[in-house]
Design a protein around this ligand. Structure first.
Ligand code: ZN
Length: 279
């Protein structure tokens, strides 16, 4: 069968369609949950394609999507039920990810950071399209029938239908949900603007709406702080990898990186001076 990628999914980074063969065709359903998994694979650039092809092998399993560090693969139409998380199949969207049980550090290595960004972009698009809140549900919320984002492990803790524990205790939910917030709040136009205009667009500083402008500015600053933290994690990983290979950064390179980070932070500080947000 063929499976075409709608524009809104292409815009969310879906790169290819490799249809699964075993799933339940229902042709329309109410979707409540986005369920994250890992597929127990090596971390390679073709891992997602490999998982998708495995789901064409006749195995009694499937998922709507699989992500790896450079691909987001679409496998089962959203209106149909993939077989991945008994208890949350009929009302869930299933996303497999490359990799296996990892420590938090390993979940934050360059490969996984790239993959988690792909998953986060996809989750934002799915949540917006299906009207699912972008919240990581507690077990109690999941059991109470709330809508949101969970992993396969939570589904099994609540519904006790299998013993899978992916994504596991070390999955960096804080990082992941920060990336979801980042992709949910970013548009490309905003990215092209100078940082001061991004934080407090001048229109917001008019006489009329300070009560709106201030929380909005703080919200944006929080988001960029998270982004800066993620960039720092990424930079540290790269530096560590280079050091391991014997190619440590020069002192000048370190100073330049620190200077750049500080200057971004300084620009943010400038725009939250009280006199600038007082009407
Ligand atoms: Zn799973």
């Amino acid at each position: 069968m063929s499976l075409s990628i709608p524009k809104w999914l292409a815009d969310a980074g879906v790169t290819k369609a490799i249809p699964s063969t075993r799933y339940t065709k229902v042709g329309g359903r109410r979707i409540r949950l986005i369920v994250l998994h890992f597929a127990v694979t090596p971390e390679t650039a073709s891992a997602a394609e490999g998982v998708a092809k495995y789901f064409q092998s006749g195995v009694k399993a499937s998922s709507h999507f699989t992500t790896d560090n450079d691909s987001t693969v679409f496998q089962v139409p959203l209106e149909d039920v993939a077989w991945a998380a008994p208890g949350a199949n009929h009302d869930g969207i299933q996303i497999e990810q490359a990799g296996t049980t990892q420590t938090r550090e390993q979940w934050l290595d360059p490969y996984s950071l790239a993959m988690l960004d792909r998953t986060a972009r996809l989750v934002v698009a799915l949540a917006q399209h299906e009207g699912i809140p972008m919240v990581h549900l507690t077990d109690a919320q999941l059991a109470a029938g709330k809508a949101g984002i969970v992993d396969h492990w939570a589904v099994n803790r609540v519904y006790k239908r299998s013993d899978h524990t992916d994504c596991g205790a070390q999955f960096p939910w804080d990082h992941f949900m920060a990336r979801v917030a980042y992709f949910a709040g970013t548009n490309h136009q905003e990215d092209d603007m100078p940082i001061t205009d991004k934080v407090v667009p001048s229109a917001m500083l008019g006489k009329n709406e300070p009560a709106v402008a201030i929380p909005r500015a703080l919200d944006l600053i929080m988001r960029w702080s998270l982004e800066a933290r993620d960039n720092a994690i990424q930079a540290r990983k790269i530096a560590e990898a280079q050091a391991l290979k014997g190619g440590a950064l020069t002192e000048d390179e370190v100073k330049a990186a620190v200077r750049e980070a500080l200057s971004e932070a300084a620009q943010i500080e400038v725009v939250v001076r009280p006199q600038e947000v007082t009407p």
